[in-house]
Design a protein around this ligand. Structure first.
Ligand code: MTE
Ligand code: MO
Length: 197
């Protein structure tokens, strides 16, 4: 069980040291989706790791949750300036998913059911810093928030946390995903305000 950071449960002020520059706190959980919510049931769901034309790994839902799950307590930061502190998730770490994968790639494109994509350097997802999350606050992840499962890369702006994630395509070179092609940053660190190009 990995504990990434612990929330304090109390209301925080805008001067909170956990709040990156230019962000405000919200107690709500806003829904931000570029299109309609795809409905995928767990029986049909697959998670795949690809590189080029090669399928390197694939899991069904039951295989995926049997890989070993972790509880994650972390803050999240949206580029539209809301932050939410001390959120609770359960998921499978990207370290676990990549453990048996043989590749020299340095980047990944996350692909979602519905067509959304976002690029993340692989180094940003290793060492216990990213998960494929399937529970929020002790309950199955709502479809609006990315259920059955979403990518969770909480130390980067939340557009990198692809909802309804279907897999990762490993890449030798970086390439822009959906929002990145539309002017959002290739990296997306909230602490240095990497919002746009
Ligand atoms: N598939 C998919 N994932 C997505 C998005 C999207 O439109 N489609 N929006 C991103 C953006 S911009 C944000 S801020 C978060 C919002 O997640 P939420 O709706 O759970 O708050 O999801 C990210 N992941
Ligand atoms: Mo966002």
């Amino acid at each position: 069980m990995a504990v990434v950071s612990r929330g304090f449960g109390a209301r925080r002020r805008e001067s909170d040291p956990h709040l990156p520059p230019g962000q405000y706190l919200t107690e709500d959980f806003p829904v931000l989706s570029a299109g309609p919510t795809p409905r995928i049931d767990r029986a049909a769901w697959r998670f795949e790791i690809r590189e080029g034309s090669e399928l390197l790994a694939q899991w069904t839902w039951d295989e995926f949750v049997a890989l070993g799950v972790e509880d994650v307590h972390t803050d999240i930061h949206c580029v539209t300036r809301w932050s939410k502190l001390g959120t609770s998730w359960r998921g499978v770490s990207i370290d676990t998913l990549l453990a048996g994968v043989d590749s020299t790639a340095s980047y990944a494109m996350a692909h979602s059911y519905g067509g959304y994509t976002t690029n993340v350097p692989l180094a940003e997802m290793r060492d216990g810093r990213a998960w494929v999350a399937f529970e929020f606050d002790g309950a199955p992840l709502d479809p609006e928030h990315g259920g059955p499962a979403r990518l969770l890369v909480p130390h980067l702006y939340f557009w990198k946390s692809a909802k309804w994630v279907h897999g990762l395509t490993l890449m030798q070179q970086d390439a822009p995903g959906f929002w990145e092609q539309n002017g959002y940053n290739m990296h997306g660190d909230p602490w240095t305000e990497e919002r746009y190009w």
